[in-house]
Design a protein around this ligand. Structure first.
Ligand SMILES: NC(=O)C1=CN([C@@H]2O[C@H](COP(=O)(O)OP(=O)(O)OC[C@H]3O[C@@H](n4cnc5c(N)ncnc54)[C@H](O)[C@@H]3O)[C@@H](O)[C@H]2O)[C@@H](O)CC1
Ligand SMILES: Nc1ncnc2c1ncn2[C@@H]1O[C@H](COP(=O)(O)OP(=O)(O)OP(=O)(O)O)[C@@H](O)[C@H]1O
Ligand SMILES: [Mg+2]
Length: 380
C-alpha cells in the first residue's frame, strides 16, 4: 500500500513522500510490504518521478525490488547510427573452450554478436579451436591456451609467458571479457587464466566470470576482490560454493537478498548475478531482481547465453553512462548490464519455449535473441 501511495504522489510532493517514508515506523511497514511482495512484485512504473520515488524507497529500506527491466534495456541499447564504424557497438572476448567443452564458449560468443556486438573473439585451447570455428565463421578464434597434458613440466613457465604475450596483443581492445564458459579445470590452464585476469584488470576492462571461471576465483578470491568491473554469474552450485567459501555458511533462501548483498560486499564490491527462478543481482549496495518471462526448460547452455549478453549490455551501459545522461535510476554499469542481460535472455527463452516447448534447446533461444531485443527496442 505504501508503495502505491508513493507512486501516486505528484512531482511537488515527491520529496515529502520520501521524507515521510524515512520515519522508522513507516520504514518497518515498508520493509514488510516489500518482503511480502518478494521477488515477484513486479510493477510497471515508467515515469521518471515514479522511478525516483521507488529508488528512494529502495535506498531507505535496503530491500530489493524488481528491476525496471525493459526500461533498462531501452536506456542502454545504442541506436543504429550510420556514422558509426565497426567496433563501436562492442568488441567482446570469451576465454573458454577446452577438450570437453566447445558449446559453452560458442554460445556466449555468438550470443554477443546476435545481440549487437560488432566483434566476438574466443580464446581457447588448440583442441577446441577448430571445432568452435566450424560452428560459425563469424567468430574470431585464437587457439592459444594449453592444458597440462600437452605441456612438459620444464616448458610450463615459458608456455605461460607465451600465452600471456599472445593475449596481451588483444586485451586492451576489448570492451568486455567473459572468463570461464567451457574453460575446464586443468590446473595449468587455470594458472594461465589467473595471470590473464590480473593483467586485464590493469586496463580497467570489465570481466564477466562464469562457469569454470567461478571455480577458479572461488579458490582465489584475490583475482576479483576489490574490482568493481567484475561481474560473477553463479548458477545454483557455483553460488553454493561461493557462499561456503566467502561467508563460511550455507545458502539461506529465507534471507536471499541480505546474503547476496553481504557476499558482494565481502568480495569487495563486485557485482553478483545469482541465477535462478528469479535472477538476483547485487553490487554490495543494492539488490535488484529480474523475474519476468523465462522458460521452464533447463537445458544446458542458457547460462552461457546470459554471460555473453551481460558482457554486451555492460559495455553499452558504460558507454551511455560516460556519454549521456541516463534516464534510469542506477548508474552502476555492471548492475545495468546484468539487469539487461538477464531480461533479454529470459525473454528469448520464453519466445523459444512458445515455439519448441519440451524440445527447446539453447540454439533455439539464441535464435530468439534478436526478436527479443526487437520487441523491447524496435528498429524500423
Ligand atoms: N555445451 C557445452 O559445452 C556446455 C558446457 N558447460 C560448461 O560446463 C562446465 C561445468 O559447468 P556446470 O554448470 O555443469 O558446473 P557445475 O559446477 O554446476 O557442475 C559440474 C559437475 O561436474 C563436477 N565436476 C566438474 N569438473 C570437475 C572436476 N575437475 N573435479 C571434480 N568434479 C568436477 C562437479 O562437481 C559437478 O557435479 C562449465 O565450463 C560450463 O561453462 C555448460 O555451460 C553447459 C553447456
Ligand atoms: N527456475 C528458473 N525459471 C526461469 N528461469 C530460470 C530458472 N533457473 C534459471 N533460469 C534462467 O536461466 C538462465 C541460466 O541459468 P542456469 O542456472 O541454468 O545457468 P547455468 O547452470 O550456468 O547454465 P549453463 O548450462 O549454461 O552453465 C538464467 O538467465 C536464469 O535466469
Ligand atoms: Mg554455467
Amino acid at each position: 500500500m505504501l508503495i502505491k501511495h508513493g507512486l501516486n504522489c505528484g512531482f511537488g510532493a515527491k520529496k515529502n513522500c520520501i521524507f515521510m517514508l524515512a520515519s522508522s515506523a513507516v520504514l518497518r511497514r515498508q520493509q514488510l510490504v516489500i518482503r511480502c511482495l518478494g521477488v515477484g512484485g513486479y510493477s510497471d512504473h515508467n515515469t521518471n518521478t515514479n522511478q525516483k520515488i521507488m529508488q528512494g524507497i529502495r535506498f531507505m529500506s535496503g530491500a530489493s525490488l524488481e528491476a525496471d527491466a525493459e526500461n533498462v534495456v531501452r536506456a542502454i541499447t545504442p541506436t543504429l547510427d550510420p556514422n558509426r564504424h565497426k567496433g563501436q557497438a562492442g568488441k567482446i572476448a570469451v576465454i573458454g573452450g577446452c577438450r570437453e567443452y566447445t558449446g559453452a564458449p560458442y554460445f556466449a560468443a555468438i550470443s554477443a554478436l546476435k545481440i549487437g556486438a560488432d566483434l566476438s573473439h574466443v580464446f581457447c585451447t588448440k583442441d577446441a579451436a577448430s571445432v568452435i570455428k566450424s560452428y560459425s565463421p563469424e567468430l574470431i578464434v585464437h587457439p592459444i591456451l594449453e592444458e597440462s597434458y600437452s605441456v612438459r613440466d620444464e616448458d610450463k613457465s615459458f608456455i605461460s609467458e607465451m600465452v600471456l604475450g599472445e593475449v596481451d596483443k588483444w586485451m586492451e581492445r576489448f570492451d568486455c571479457l567473459v572468463v570461464g564458459p567451457g574453460l575446464g579445470r586443468d590446473p595449468f590452464l587455470l594458472d594461465c587464466v589467473s595471470k590473464i585476469i590480473k593483467h586485464v584488470r590493469q586496463f580497467n576492462v570489465p570481466i564477466v566470470i562464469d562457469g569454470d571461471g567461478l571455480f577458479l576465483i572461488t579458490n582465489c578470491l584475490d583475482l576479483v576482490s576489490g574490482y568493481p568491473l567484475a561481474v560473477l554469474t553463479p548458477n545454483i552450485n557455483e553460488y553454493k560454493r561461493l557462499v561456503q567459501k566467502v561467508l563460511s555458511c550455507e545458502v539461506n533462501d529465507e534471507d536471499a537478498h541480505e546474503q547476496l548483498l553481504s557476499l558482494a560486499k565481502r568480495i569487495g564490491g563486485v557485482t553478483i548475478l545469482r541465477k535462478g527462478k528469479s535472477d538476483l543481482i547485487s553490487d554490495g549496495e543494492t539488490v535488484e531482481s529480474v523475474s519476468i518471462y523465462g522458460s521452464p526448460r533447463r537445458c544446458g547452455g542458457q547460462g552461457d547465453i546470459l554471460s555473453g549478453s551481460v558482457a554486451v549490455f555492460l559495455s553499452w551501459a558504460r558507454h551511455v553512462i560516460t556519454s549521456e545522461n541516463l534516464s534510469i535510476s542506477s548508474k552502476n554499469p555492471t548492475m545495468l548490464g546484468c539487469i539487461a542481460g538477464s531480461t533479454l535472455m529470459r525473454k528469448a527463452a520464453s519466445f523459444a519455449f512458445e515455439n519448441k516447448k519440451r524440445s527447446t534447446l539453447t540454439t533455439d533461444i539464441i535464435e530468439c535473441l534478436g526478436r527479443s531485443l526487437q520487441d523491447i527496442c524496435p528498429v524500423p
